[in-house]
Design a protein. Structure first.
Length: 70
């Protein structure tokens, strides 16, 4: 009967845990593109919710700084 704890591990070159430069490059690019997408998303949201002029809004005379009552 074979012992279950004696598992033969085959080296996998695609495993980033075994290759430290590849792992750090991957994590840097993940951080960089995540930050880039965050900035683009925030800029897009600010653009969509930008200030629009309210010059056409009619303000009642009684609510101005110097109110005029009837």
């Amino acid at each position: 009967m074979e012992n279950i704890n004696n598992i033969l591990e085959v080296p996998n070159p695609a495993d980033i845990e075994n290759n430290k430069p590849s792992k750090s490059r991957f994590l840097f690019l993940l951080f960089f593109f995540g930050l880039f997408l965050f900035v683009v998303g925030c800029s897009y949201a600010l653009y969509n919710h930008k200030y629009s002029s309210n010059a056409g809004v009619k303000v009642p005379e009684s609510t101005k700084y110097d109110p005029k009552y009837k």
